[in-house]
Design a protein around this ligand. Sequence first.
Ligand code: SF4
Ligand code: SF4
Length: 347
Amino acid sequence: MIFRIIKKEELEKLFELLASGSRVIGPVETGHDRNSDPIYEFSEVSNFSEIRLDHTMTKLPAKKYFLPYKEDLAAFHMKGRDWDKSVDYHCDSPSVFFGLHACDINAFNRLDKVLLGSSYPMPYYAAKRKNMFIVGVDCVPGPYCFCRSMGADTALQGFDLFVTDLGKTYFIEILSDTAFNFLKRIKTSEPVEADHVRYMDIVSKKNMKFEAHVDTTDLTKILDMEFQSDIWKYWGDKCLACGTCANVCPTCYCYSVEETVSLDLQSAKKTRQLYSCNIIDFAEVSGGHNFRPERQTRLKYRYYHKHRGFVEAYEDSLCVGCGRCGEACLADITVPKVISSVRGGAV
Ligand code: SF4
Ligand code: SF4
């Protein structure tokens, strides 16, 4: 890793260099909630002033740009007595993600393990993922954030450069050749000892601001032991089975595939749609049998996939502790509360 210091105004020049050949996606302010706090979302931007580098957690992750809610996988057309198949990976131009927090970068890293590194890589995700330039930015933890507990509060890979605000300057961590070459075109300097000290001070102050925590010690073993626990019924009874938690999650990737045929039987298409394991028909199969008809078994499945099965398969949790699901859940079901109760804590 290479470190550099840049003056604040240089970041806008970097933005303009990046935006000259790619679309740029960044956090923008879209309104205010009932407490008058700003609401942020990831959106395509054309001007540096639109980006809010000081954003708190966006309500939705940037997932729609690399794992869209709905995506056509293939189209089929009859040609006489034969047929043609066409595949579009929906990746027309390079994308710059400008201003991702460490948890969202780590969400990429964990998704990569299953969507790029498993026996069945997903080419639609791979095409978009390989065409990305990622600029990370430091953050201040909000009340729902527990990324530190999930080892996702710092990003060590999965970005091109990472920006930390030192007050009057930015501390830049450079991880890719592409980023290094871009930075040659703006004014940078070597960090001096005072910059490193300031950086460490900012990181340690950030670490003290976490209010939400999850104890992950021996969590896979505890989940094994508590598989039959009544606690799952408690949370299942509260759950509305709305699927919002999966919708807002940067790492939920489960999907269904649907094939539709035109009325004249001359064309057809195959469409992938993200789905939530909490929704009633998630585990329903042909013939109408449902392997998980109760809310408690579906909610339990979601926790076992993220905190048990994925850890066993990929040595990492499929939860990065962004806190979005807890904030969005109308039944006030949060990961810290569920895990604490499974470990024997009060509910
Ligand atoms: S958001 Fe809450 S209520 Fe809705 S499915 Fe998820 S846990 Fe259940
Ligand atoms: S499960 Fe919840 S806290 Fe964990 S990554 Fe998904 S949305 Fe964030």
